[in-house]
Structure formats: C-alpha cells, structure tokens
Ligand binder design. Structure first.
Ligand SMILES: [Zn+2]
Length: 262
C-alpha cells in the first residue's frame, strides 16, 4: 500500500485512494459522507477531525503520517479480542466446505518434502462470517483475473484460527515466484503491513503452527522445515507477509513445535 499518495481537497477531487480514506474514516466513526472517491468538503472535515484527535497538524491534507495514523487506529479498532488459554481445535476446512471452484489443472510439487513460505493476503481481515467468502474472492481473482489455474496458496489461515484448504498438500502452489515447484505457501488473511498494520491474531499463529506440524507428521514436509517469509525468497522483492506478521515467525515455529531461530 506504499502507493497511497498525499491527498488534498483541491488537488484530488477524484482519486482511487480517496475511497480507502472515506471507508477507513467511516469505520473509525468519522463522517466523510458517502464513499464516492471524491475528496470534497465533508471528507476534508472528517480528516481534520481525525487530525485533531490524533494531535496532528489540522490542515486536511492526507500525508504519509496521516495514512500511518489511520492504519494504526484501524489496527486497534479491528484487533480481534484475544482469549488466551483455549487453543483452537485444529481442522482443515476442505475445498467443498468453503465453496471452492474446481482447479483448471494441478501439478505435483517437484521436490519431495519442501520448505514453507508464509504470506499475507494484503487485504484487510474479514469478519468471521466472511472468511469463506474471502477465500472465494481470492480464488475468483486468481482464476479469472490472473488466469492462474487455482487459488495460489496451498492453505489459508483466517483471523479466527481456521485453516482453509487451497491447493492442498503435494500440489505446486502459485504464490512464491520461482520457488513454487519446491515449497508450500500458507497465506494469512489480513494486511499486516503499513499503513493498515493489522495485528495477526494468536488464534491464526496457533493454527498455522498446527498446520505445519500436521504437514510434518504426514511427511509432506521434512521433520525440521525451513519456515520463511515470502520476503526471504531471493526471487521476490516484496514486503509480504507484512512487518507485523513477519515479527511473529518465531511464534509460528514454536506453535509448530520447532525451535525459534532468532
Ligand atoms: Zn506473499
């Protein structure tokens, strides 16, 4: 989301980022009017109210610090209440349960028992009732817009701690450029990077760890697999899986019963 520009009412009567701005202000309880993508007087007033509340200069200009403050405010607003104690019971939601379409084709992994890459969707987290719909949305996008042969990921992990079967085990993924023949891809729903900055839920960290443990126990991956962020791939220039999820890679390793590396 680093493309988000500095917005001002006079220069940006219309810009795609204005709709983000309006949606986010509305979600935070401000009143920018309808989300029409037009940065008019009402949107400007809402930005000024937000700036006032945040102790920022009240000039109605949406600069990088304002986007940043919006992202942080949203992250708090959207944080799933943590209930420590009860671990989520591990279960893989099969494709027919979440309404997956058939893949156009499949190809097996070339390397037996490969490594695991962690991704994020870079799309704000869905509510629990919308998790399957979100998976369908990704699959439609990957099949219809991108022209890929299925949803890109082997598995998806949801904020509530569900594990959703994407391409599944033993199948080549489509999420990690030049690494797909020899790796699994696990994608967390949510956007864990600037400026949205959602915090990964403990339930999702636990679920990903249990999934990796399941892959190990069923010998789909080696006993002590490398668990890497997408950004660790030398073929990709990406912030994926986002700073806030990348900061929890060791928690994922621990949840899988593996040793932390940092
Ligand atoms: Zn990624």
């Amino acid at each position: 989301m680093s493309w988000l520009p500095t917005l001002s009412r006079w220069r940006h009567r219309r810009h795609p980022a204005v709709r983000f701005l309006q949606d986010w202000l509305t979600e935070l309880g401000y009143d920018p009017g309808v989300s029409d993508g037009v940065y008019g007087r009402r949107s400007e007033s809402a930005v000024q109210a937000f700036q006032r509340d945040q102790g920022l200069p009240v000039d109605g200009r949406v600069t990088r610090p304002v986007w940043d403050a919006l992202g942080t405010a949203l992250a708090f607003q959207r944080a799933v209440p943590e209930e420590p104690g009860e671990p989520v019971e591990f279960r893989i939601v099969a494709r027919d349960e979440w309404g997956a379409r058939a893949p156009k084709t499949t190809r097996p992994l070339l390397k037996h028992r490969p490594i695991v890459f962690i991704h994020h969707a870079a799309d704000p987290r869905p509510a629990i009732a919308g998790e399957f719909r979100e998976a369908q949305k990704f699959q439609n996008y990957h099949l219809d817009t991108k022209g890929w042969w299925d949803i890109a990921y082997n598995y998806l992990v949801t904020p509530s701690g569900r594990v959703i079967e994407g391409r599944g085990a033993g199948i080549r993924s489509g999420a990690t450029k030049h690494e797909n023949a020899a790796s699994y891809s696990i994608c967390f729903m949510g956007d864990f990077h600037y400026p949205v900055n959602e915090k990964p839920s403990d339930a999702s960290i636990s679920a990903a760890g249990q999934l990796i443990r399941w892959l190990i126990d069923h010998e789909w991956v080696v006993a002590e697999p490398e668990i890497l962020g997408h950004r660790n791939s030398r073929f990709s220039r990406t912030t994926c899986p986002g700073d806030l999820l990348y900061g929890r890679m060791d928690d994922i390793r621990r949840a899988a019963g593996l040793e932390a590396i940092r």
